[in-house]
Design a protein around this ligand. Structure first.
Ligand SMILES: Cc1cc2nc3c(=O)[nH]c(=O)nc-3n(C[C@H](O)[C@H](O)[C@H](O)COP(=O)(O)OP(=O)(O)OC[C@H]3O[C@@H](n4cnc5c(N)ncnc54)[C@H](O)[C@@H]3O)c2cc1C
Length: 435
């Protein structure tokens, strides 16, 4: 390991770390990036929908060579019970624009590509290197990291913690608490391979068009959680995740949930005949605004999932990671260009930038949403989906029963399942949390 001092050390080569490293290296800073995985992306898991706008802010011409799977023209939201789904589908030819808004990606390829950009911009990337601790001076300022390479210490003016949701480095250093199990989901995912033309036919797609499904309901067995199905070029990403605290209470097994999701009559035909080549499990920070820890201090900043910056309600994470990483990198570059010291006061520029951005704006507006869905999960994920299915079936089934009787039966089912006031209270709380 090199003994030279760096302007910045970035721990982690995921979305946030790569964004931070690129922002600084492309502005001429001397950057060292450490990644514990064999290569960038080897440890990383995502659905994965990638939001173009946040990558454009880092690499405007990314479409020239980034490994993109499909651009999304159709989004399906499904509320499921055991035998049905009630769907809201949005498909628009507007998404066949010159610069599409959302793409599916495969992280192992995408992170490698973004890391190559960091190297091309002048950053040094060291893989198979774990940062084991932060190094401090006597005044309590972070001055570098220790690594697992022969007890080595590497020095820098500032350390960017981009180590993902678990963030052991920051936790061990006392910069934040270990994320609570009620604020973290465990998601499992499989990659199902199918010929490109089969995927196109099953989802009504042409060329690189893509379709994604987000699904909630009895598939999570009363736990707070969602399932997803995303189309790639020659594969389908299929997964489901629920809160860790719910898994602990119910003793449900994540893989059993995924297995049942795959066998659901609405999902099974979409993946029929596929070959599963990859299986992965990963955590997702879901605590929202209230779970965000301190974002900066003397000689350090924290970005992406390590800062719990994830909008679980809207299924966004990689974009918040890229945006926060970029802003941290830009703030550090500004401080460096002014010849400033990387202390808590100067690094608060990063927090100011983040506070003014969509990241904090969105999360703070919906700060009560995660706890509402998490505490009332049996209602939101079992009772209401079953009632919605019941109402939809009552509406479409024709068997000689007068319509009015069917409508009364539907209303009675709602009132029986949950008191009128309970329903009204859930609706009001949902509406006020969803601002
Ligand atoms: C199943 C699933 C589906 C998802 N789907 C979507 C989606 O469709 N769209 C979306 O926007 N978001 C999605 N997300 C969220 C998204 O994946 C994350 O928000 C995003 O990856 C966060 O990026 P990050 O760089 O902060 O962390 P990560 O991508 O986790 O990267 C952290 C990196 O740090 C490295 N590291 C950790 N500790 C050390 C250490 N001590 N030393 C060196 N290296 C270290 C890790 O190996 C890793 O490479 C999904 C997440 C999951 C789990």
């Amino acid at each position: 390991m090199t003994k030279e001092k760096f302007d910045a050390i970035v721990v982690g080569a995921g979305m946030s770390g790569n964004a931070a490293a690129y922002a600084m290296a492309s502005r001429g800073l001397k950057v060292l990036q450490l990644e514990r995985g064999e290569y960038p992306g080897s440890k990383n898991v995502q659905g994965a929908i990638m939001y173009a706008n946040m990558l454009e802010a880092i690499i405007p011409d990314f479409r020239n060579d980034a490994p993109l799977e499909r651009h999304l023209v159709e989004q399906r939201f499904w509320i499921m019970d055991d035998t049905s789904h009630t769907g809201m589908h949005y498909r628009s030819d507007d998404f066949n624009e010159v610069t599409p808004n959302r793409y599916t990606i495969i992280r192992a390829q995408f992170d490698k590509w973004l890391s190559r950009k960091v190297c091309e911009a002048g950053g040094t990337v060291l893989c198979e290197t774990t940062a084991t601790g932060l190094e401090w001076d006597s005044a309590g300022k972070a001055i570098g990291v220790r690594t697992d390479r022969a007890g080595d210490v590497v020095l820098a003016d500032v350390v960017v913690l981009a180590e993902g949701v678990n963030g052991l480095l920051g936790t061990r250093a006392g910069l934040r608490e270990m994320p609570k199990s009620k604020n973290v989901a465990l998601a499992v995912k499989e990659l199902h391979f199918l010929p490109e033309e089969v995927i196109a036919e099953r989802f009504g797609l042409t060329g690189d068009e893509g379709c994604v499904i987000e699904a909630g309901g009895t598939i999570s067995r009363g736990m707070a959680g969602l399932g997803f199905l995303y189309t790639n070029k020659e594969s389908i990403s299929l997964g489901i995740g629920c809160l860790i605290s719910n898994f602990a209470e119910t003793m449900e097994r994540p893989y059993a949930l995924l297995d049942a999701f795959k066998r659901h009559p609405s999902i099974q035909p979409l993946i029929a005949g596929s070959e599963v080549k990859e299986y992965a499990a990963h955590l997702i920070p879901e605590g929202g605004f209230n779970a965000i820890p301190r974002l900066c201090g003397n000689g350090w900043v924290v970005v992406g999932d390590a800062a719990q910056l994830n909008n679980a309600v809207h299924r966004e994470g990689s974009n918040l990671a890229m945006a926060s990483g970029r802003m941290a990198g830009e703030a550090i570059s500004v401080i460096k260009s002014r010849g400033g010291v990387m202390d808590k006061a100067s690094l608060s520029l990063y927090k100011t930038m983040l506070d003014k951005s969509f990241v904090v704006e969105d999360l703070s507006k919906q700060k009560d949403m995660p706890s509402l869905l998490h505490t009332n999960s049996p209602n939101f994920f079992t009772t209401y989906p079953q009632l919605i299915s019941h109402a939809a079936q009552n509406f479409v089934r024709v068997d000689g029963t007068p319509k009015i009787e069917r409508e009364i039966a539907t209303t009675a089912a709602f009132l029986r399942a949950r008191s009128r006031w309970g329903l009204v209270s859930d609706a009001v709380r949902l509406a006020s949390a969803w601002r």
